[in-house]
Design a protein around this ligand. Sequence first.
Ligand SMILES: Cc1cc2nc3c(=O)[nH]c(=O)nc-3n(C[C@H](O)[C@H](O)[C@H](O)COP(=O)(O)OP(=O)(O)OC[C@H]3O[C@@H](n4cnc5c(N)ncnc54)[C@H](O)[C@@H]3O)c2cc1C
Length: 262
Amino acid sequence: MKIIVPVKQVPEVAEVRVNEETGTLIREGVPSILNPFDEYAVEEAIKLKEAYDGEVTIITMGPPQAKEALWKALAMGADKAVHMTDRAFAGADTWATAYTLAQQIKKMEFDLVICGKQAIDGDTAQVGPELAELLSLPQICYVRNLEVDDGGKHVIAHRETDEGYDIVRARMPVLLTATKGLNEPRLPNIMGIMKAKQKPLEVIDAATLGTPEDEIGLKGSPTTVRKVFPPEKRAGGVKLEDVDAKTAAKQLVEFLAKKGAI
Ligand SMILES: Cc1cc2nc3c(=O)[nH]c(=O)nc-3n(C[C@H](O)[C@H](O)[C@H](O)COP(=O)(O)OP(=O)(O)OC[C@H]3O[C@@H](n4cnc5c(N)ncnc54)[C@H](O)[C@@H]3O)c2cc1C
């Protein structure tokens, strides 16, 4: 079974701050990590490879330092990696990101593509579904349980919804997006870390990809970011404390009436 896992290197979000004057993210000094949802995707791919034999290829589009995310996935047990990196890819919105990845994935053999459900920085959850469209694949998003059926021809996935979950069966090749609870991602062991940098890592630039420059990067991006700003801090609210239920109800009604809510 051949599995491709697109991954993104993201800033450790808990530490990201916004420059309120320029409206841009302050990335300096912020450590980068493999997107946590992509770790579930990598783990699931490795588990399937171990059970059904096959090969796991990790792919990322990102700046030179994004290879560290690839090494982490290789250290976990993936077999090889593809790093799409070029200044011409920079400034890509979700469409251009998915389009660029799709142009490369179309050249590769696969039965499954497993993405994370979303990147914890961009947070759009668009790249997976866009990739499925561009590759003309069926897609099952928010997968929290996965089985392979019919001797490796179908997958049966539990797809998380607001109400619970759907059980969906699809014929391979198919694209899945992985969510929390799908598995417990393994920590790379020392042997894995040592072997990671010896595993094949192919670097693809725009010329190698052979796609016109106006279809990639900023030029190929139909969306623009107008402004980035932190959400307004909420006021503390009003607490009705140390009063009996009857008084609290009276005070609540008075409060709502004052606000024009009743
Ligand atoms: C106009 C514009 C310009 C931008 N310029 C830049 C820029 O210069 N640099 C920058 O870092 N970001 C830039 N971004 C943000 C960038 O487009 C998004 O981060 C990216 O498209 C992925 O979207 P997301 O983070 O919401 O991922 P999601 O759609 O939430 O990610 C879902 C899944 O898709 C896969 N995935 C996502 N991104 C990648 C990737 N790059 N490689 C492989 N797999 C991936 C992963 O499996 C991930 O879990 C820009 C956005 C816009 C709108």
